[in-house]
Design a protein around this ligand. Structure first.
Ligand code: CA
Length: 446
């Protein structure tokens, strides 16, 4: 049976919080959002990672608030999972149980709450005083290729005669990524070394990548898993998703071009993947659902196992995404980060429900806390290209930064910053926070 989280009183746009920064129109984290993450306090506390909820410029110590009896209406199961130091057990809750956590946090933080403020305040930490971590212990990470605009652009660089391979409109293309090198926003990313064959050269050489790139993506964390051998139907696929985050799939293009045939990406991708630390729940995203991508006339319909009425009607998310870049010189000169592109998740050829249905269609099991990334989110226009490979067309048309510097690919010291948000008339805007990472010099090679 098809399922999506409903719009309810937790999305009421007039609702305000007693945490005043949450009522600021520009905040990513109003009371209508309440994303969860894992944090440690920089000062005080026991140094152990704990589950937190973002509200304005504060983090609720969810475990402490729950143990102090301030989160009313939590089931025993929900209370137990909030004591963990990852979100896996929370993600494994049935969606209805997850909903009780959201409602309870909302009631606690609501401006109309009569809870004793002094006691409540002791369970809030300033966002500036915490370190945020990868939110779940990610058992498996899969990266898809769901933007037809990205696939067409990249394909036309390497295969001008047949940019889109014949399987693209039938199969949601993906590959198994590496979970051990997934890092939280803010972690420096070391330039990888690898094997590459420069254009015109006969033999490859080994050394630091000279074509380091980012990829703007959206990640979906798996909710309750499926049994090995039991596929998930597209209509109920969202029962197996917990929430979304931003993903930077760092890519070494020179390494990728030399190694990718015949088995796909390997070391060009596995050196680092950055995720934003806050999991924006499927419940919070309910008001921002949009129809799945409308296939142009002449495109084949999805095969029946990838097709449902609900998915067609509201399988997409109206999520706007941006990439910004800040070079070392820009920071020294006091320049704000420069925007490189803006794109929309709604332009993806496949929805997350279709990605889940396809991923499990052979009986493969997902487990709570697994990460499924969308693939580079590129739109139809030139300013909606979600990586430098596309923006600079393989480095042939470098972009110019406010300092006059140019970039074909990333230089050491460059900081890549990704943002995402949902906005719709009649609802409070909610944001994803930041996904950032700075390129550190390659390790010395011998
Ligand atoms: Ca990717």
């Amino acid at each position: 049976m098809s399922w999506q989280p409903p719009i309810d009183e937790t999305h009421d746009p007039v609702r305000e919080s007693w945490v005043e920064s949450a009522n600021d129109a520009a905040t990513d984290f109003p009371i209508q959002n309440l994303p969860l993450g894992v944090f440690t306090r920089r000062r005080g506390g026991d140094g152990a990672p704990r589950i937190g909820a973002a509200i304005g410029n504060r983090v609720v110590d969810v475990r402490a608030a729950a143990e102090a009896g301030l989160l009313a209406g939590l089931s025993a199961a929900a209370l137990e999972v909030l004591r963990s130091w990852t979100l896996n057990a929370y993600m494994n809750l049935a969606p209805d149980e997850r909903g009780t956590v959201r409602r309870s946090l909302g009631a606690f933080l609501d401006a109309r709450t009569l809870a004793p403020r002094r006691q409540a305040l002791s369970h809030l930490v300033s966002m500036a005083d915490v370190d945020l971590h990868v939110p779940s212990s990610i058992g498996d990470y899969t990266d898809f290729y769901a933007s037809i605009h990205h696939a067409t652009n990249v394909g036309s660089m390497f295969r001008p005669d047949s940019p889109l391979l014949p399987n693209y409109k039938f199969v949601p293309i993906g590959y198994h990524g590496r979970s051990s090198s997934i890092v939280a926003s803010g972690t420096p990313v070391r330039r990888p070394a690898g094997q590459a064959r420069p254009e015109g050269a006969v033999t490859p050489s080994f050394g630091p990548s000279t074509r380091l790139d980012y990829e703007l993506e959206v990640g979906a964390f798996a909710g309750p898993g499926n049994q090995l051998g039991t596929p998930v139907a597209v209509g109920s696929a969202e029962r197996h998703l917990a929430g979304l985050c931003l993903v930077n799939d760092w890519s070494a293009r020179d390494v990728q071009q030399w190694e990718y045939q015949p088995l796909g990406p390997f070391l060009a991708k596995s050196f680092a993947t950055t995720v934003s630390p806050w999991v924006v729940t499927l419940e919070a995203l309910a008001p921002f659902r949009v129809p799945a991508f409308e296939r142009p006339d002449g495109d084949p319909p999805p095969l029946p196992y990838l097709e449902s009425t609900a998915n067609r009607a509201s399988g997409g998310f109206d999520l706007t995404l941006e990439v910004l870049l800040s070079s070392r010189r820009m920071r020294e000169a006091g320049c704000p980060p420069a925007r490189l592109s803006r794109s929309h998740l709604s332009t993806m050829y496949w929805t997350f429900a279709q990605l889940v249905a396809h991923h499990t269609s052979n009986g493969c099991n997902l487990r709570a806390g697994d990460l499924l990334a969308s693939g580079t989110v590129s739109g139809p226009s030139e300013d909606a290209r979600g990586c430098l490979l596309e923006l600079t067309w393989r480095g042939q048309r470098p972009v110019t930064l406010p300092t006059g510097e140019t970039r074909a690919f990333l230089e050491d010291g460059d900081e890549v910053l990704m943002r995402g948000w949902c906005a719709r008339e009649g609802y409070r805007r909610i944001g994803f926070g930041e996904c950032r990472g700075t390129v550190a010099p390659a390790a010395p090679t011998t």
